[in-house]
Design a protein around this ligand. Structure first.
Ligand code: TRP
Length: 450
């Protein structure tokens, strides 16, 4: 069949790659803007609770299944199934994961393309090319197509390199760069007038909002999106981990890095919004709510950078470069989902599988761009609010009900001899069997009813 499977060369390499997948636009854009529009620290609190109680256990299910089967999600789920029905269930969940990952990548590339355009714009402006710089930051079909294409090409080049020389190598280069840029930006923004109001809004909870049901739905969606769950991404990364590693610790590190970067991004974006206000930029809409989501990133922050003169150009460049880097280490993990399937189950050479997958995803991106107003929001809602939680549920059912507990323990014991008596093993089996499915279902039903 195919060439020998790839494997991460070290523990650190895996952590950077998986954290690279987790840390993306979801952390630097989604988390701060959702926090801004959902009562600040109240959302933060809910997000933390849900990440530890539901998302981390679900992440562990994917990592354990992946490393046990050493295969993509379709093969992996089938291999732990114990009946014809569960094998069929595994196939359906695996294929649905591949489709969902591809759809997520199709809109993610569009947004990431905007980030590239926005980090190039200040460079052109500095060089005196004002008109092209403005063109880059204005919404337009051709700009959208061009930059989604550029971003996808970067993703393809990295995935073509394989696990060690593509995913691991580039995650190890880009993740430290991301952290450095983020820290420099925070240090700078916190010195500006108004920043402390933002820090307060971010860290002091408005508890009247914390038990708000829509807030819980958003927080769970954010937690699942941020840890790249439910589509087989973490399963396939798990399948590239050596049997010598302790899985529960690795999963814990990835979760902690993901949360930390989201918190840091909040410490950048929330203060920046209030600095913008101090500089005369409108930050509340007509309902008195904080402006959020795309308007925040593409209107409020650029307006803030505009008030800063030359410094603003550098800050703007650094901010959107940060976004681009974060997006790239995530997009590669999405493309790896269909690519690994095509390579392993259809014996396709990696470069051919990469080209085929990215072409199909590219066509979907083009269709979305050409029908932007009707499709963009729809595809995002369909994949992140419906498919991801439902598929996450499927993984929990496999980890909690279908796969035998003893086999799971045997897999965990590889690289973690004391697994049986660990705190993790005292809690996780119960969690993945009852709490996670119930939690996901409760939130999902809430979503359907609302
Ligand atoms: N977690 C990434 C972010 O926060 C996005 C991401 C990467 C993703 N792979 C995924 C989301 C798989 C869902 C499924 O931006």
């Amino acid at each position: 069949m195919s060439a020998p499977r790839g494997e991460f060369s070290s523990r650190f390499g895996f952590i950077l790659a998986a954290a690279g997948s987790a840390v993306g636009l979801g952390n630097i854009w989604g988390f701060p803007t959702q926090t801004a529009s959902n009562g600040g620290a109240a959302f933060l609190l809910m997000y933390l609770v849900l990440t530890f109680s539901l998302a981390y256990p679900a992440l562990m299910a994917e990592l354990i299944i992946g490393r046990y089967a050493k295969a993509n999600a379709v093969t992996a789920l089938r291999s732990i199934a114990n009946s014809t029905a569960s094998r069929l269930f595994g196939s359906i969940a695996g294929y649905a994961g591949i489709i969902t990952a591809s759809l997520i990548l199709s809109f993610y590339s569009i947004v990431a393309g905007w980030m590239i355009a926005f980090f190039l714009a200040p460079l052109l402006e500095l060089a005196g090319f004002l008109k092209p710089a403005i063109w880059l930051t204005e919404f337009g079909t051709f700009r959208n197509l061009l930059f989604a294409g550029i971003f996808s090409s970067l993703t393809v080049v990295i995935i073509n390199g394989g696990v060690k020389d593509g995913i691991e190598k580039w995650s190890s280069r880009l993740m430290p760069a991301l952290l450095i840029i983020l820290l420099i930006l925070i240090a700078y923004v916190l010195t500006l007038e108004g920043a402390m109001d933002g820090v307060r809004a971010f860290l002091l909870p408005d508890f009247s909002k914390a038990i708000d049901l829509p807030l819980i739905v958003s927080a769970l969606g954010q937690a699942f999106f941020s840890l790249s769950l439910g589509v087989g991404t973490m399963l396939i990364y798990g399948s590239y981990i050596s049997k010598k590693e302790n899985l529960s610790t690795l999963g814990g590190y990835v979760t902690l890095v993901d949360i930390s970067i989201a918190l840091l991004a909040g410490m950048l974006v929330m203060p920046a919004i209030y600095v913008a206000q101090a500089n005369g930029v409108e930050i509340f809409n007509s309902n008195g709510q904080l402006i959020a989501e795309d308007t925040l990133i593409f209107t409020v922050l650029p307006a803030l950078f505009d008030t800063m003169g030359h410094t603003g150009l550098f800050i703007s460049f650094a901010f959107f470069l940060l976004m681009t880097i974060a997006a790239l280490t995530s997009s590669i993990s999405m493309l790896e989902v269909p690519v690994s399937y095509a390579v392993e189950n259809h014996g396709m050479p990696r470069n051919k599988a990469t080209l085929l997958s990215s072409t199909i995803i590219g066509v979907i991106s083009i269709i979305i761009i050409l029908n932007f107003s009707s499709l963009f929001g729809f595809v995002i809602a369909l994949t992140t609010q419906y498919s991801q939680p439902l598929l996450g549920l499927a993984f929990c059912i496999f980890g909690g009900w279908i796969w035998s507990r003893n086999n799971i323990l045997q897999e965990l014991k590889q690289g973690f001899a004391g697994a049986e008596n660990s705190l993790f093993w005292k809690i996780w089996p119960f969690y993945i069997r009852y709490i996670c499915p119930a939690g996901i279902l409760a939130v999902f039903i809430q979503l359907i009813l609302s």
